[in-house]
Write a protein that binds this ligand. Structure first.
Ligand SMILES: Cc1cc2nc3c(=O)[nH]c(=O)nc-3n(C[C@H](O)[C@H](O)[C@H](O)COP(=O)(O)OP(=O)(O)OC[C@H]3O[C@@H](n4cnc5c(N)ncnc54)[C@H](O)[C@@H]3O)c2cc1C
Length: 389
């Protein structure tokens, strides 16, 4: 493994960091555990500015408005956006949909969908989970039946983040109910304005309003199918593995770790010695520094594997699971070190570090998105350790 950046990659990282420092002032930065429409719209604006420099879709070919670079540059971008606390927008289109279209889309689909994603013009949501189906995703029930002019969708999707903002939903539906469950599923891109789609609001704990998305005789043209009919399960799983490095999540938590380190060096909340002189605080921070460095290396190993053309799978789950656990360890340590003040939310005059400790503690309880921690353990056992299903 070689973790040295090339001179061009280092230059990209420096220029990007400079740009984010100038364009993302403190008051616009994302705060853990707090979602707002205003911040999300600001995230979209930053995306458009990144796109104007060909940085947003850094991994897509230049002919589609991308940067024509590889997995290492994607990792640099993700880590810096996380560290710069850029409010998240557009990441489902960029990170999940675009790679699927690149791998399995027709020429017409590439021409139609890729450039708006690269320019930051469109938002996607992901319709995988359903009211009765989560971890056992291959049992999904949303039906896509062929009729004369295309497909007709009936059923529902659940926990659909960004459904209210999205222009399109990228979804999995059952196209062959007779087939073995993994083999009767197909991938589609559906315009959210299509007649028969309705949203039931579903509030998340961070203030975001997600949705249950209902489909009532929604008619789709043949061209909405991505890749091969009934191969959607395999296509979706392959493209999820292409992009996952976890560096964005690492970057955002690392920023709070660096902030609390500075805070402990500088502050003496009781008017006495700075927190950094307290032996227990020093050791707790030193322990978490070990965790942060381990997490970073695990994420970069995934990015490096991607850059060699392989598709990391157990390695991505190892990095993801370690990150989920480390985020919680860090949040609990920060709560203990800063005491009751750390429970104050952003907006309270006395909240330390913009309320990020309270927010990160709340978000660290989120163990379900992108596969639950148990499912990642199953993947590591099966694919990393060769154990039976
Ligand atoms: C904040 C948030 C945002 C989300 N955004 C989206 C989104 O945009 N699009 C989308 O499609 N989905 C989204 N999801 C849904 C997410 O993918 C599911 O919550 C997840 O797949 C788990 O499904 P479930 O909630 O139905 O739990 P279940 O699958 O019912 O699991 C319940 C519990 O049983 C455990 N369990 C289940 N199966 C096994 C097993 N085989 N071995 C061991 N333990 C097991 C699980 O780990 C979990 O602890 C989001 C979820 C959250 C919390």
């Amino acid at each position: 493994m070689d973790f040295d950046f090339t001179p061009e990659q280092s230059q990209f990282k420096d220029e990007l960091r400079e740009f984010l420092r100038a364009e993302v002032p403190l008051e616009k930065q994302e705060v853990f555990g707090q979602w707002s429409e205003e911040q999300y719209q600001f995230g979209r604006e930053i995306n458009r500015q990144l796109a104007a420099r060909n940085w947003l879709a850094i991994g897509l070919p230049e002919k589609y408005g991308g940067g024509g670079k590889g997995a290492i540059e994607r990792g640099i971008l993700a880590e810096e956006l996380g560290y710069g606390r850029v409010p998240k927008a557009g990441f489902i289109g960029l990170g999940i949909v675009a790679p699927a279209i690149m791998a399995f889309g027709t020429k017409d689909q590439k021409d139609l969908y890729l450039s708006p994603i690269a320019k930051g013009e469109v938002e996607y949501c992901q319709g995988f989970s359903e009211p009765n189906v989560g971890s056992d995703l291959a049992s999904l029930e949303l039906r896509a039946e062929r009729d004369g002019d295309g497909y007709v969708l009936n059923g529902a999707k659940m926990f659909t983040s960004y459904a209210f903002q999205a222009d399109y939903i990228y979804l999995l539906a059952r196209t062959d109910p007779q087939a073995e469950k993994h083999r009767g599923i197909s991938l589609f891109i559906v315009d959210m304005k299509t007649s028969g789609i309705s949203l039931q609001p579903l509030p998340y704990i961070n203030g975001e309003m997600a949705a249950q998305v209902d489909f009532d005789n929604v008619c789709l043209p043949w061209s909405s199918l991505i890749g091969e009919e009934n191969r959607g399960w395999y296509q979706a799983m392959t493209t999820l593995d292409y992009e996952r490095s976890g560096l964005g999540r690492y970057g955002s938590v690392r920023r709070v770790f660096d902030d609390i380190t500075d805070f402990c060096n500088d502050s003496a909340p009781d008017g006495g010695q700075p927190l950094a002189e307290h032996p227990l605080v020093r050791h707790q921070l030193a322990d978490r520094r070990l965790g942060m460095e381990t997490w970073k290396l695990l994420c970069w190993r995934v990015a490096w594997l991607q850059s060699t053309g392989s598709t990391p799978n157990a390695e991505a789950s190892i990095a993801f699971l370690y990150g989920t656990d480390e985020r919680l360890r860090f949040a609990e340590m920060a709560m203990e070190v800063l005491g009751p003040y750390a429970t104050l939310r952003n907006g309270s005059g006395q909240a330390p570090l913009l309320g990020n400790i309270e927010g990160i503690h709340r978000e660290a309880m989120h163990l379900h998105g992108a596969g639950t921690t148990e499912i990642h353990r199953n993947i590591i056992a099966q694919r990393g350790l060769g154990m039976p299903r």
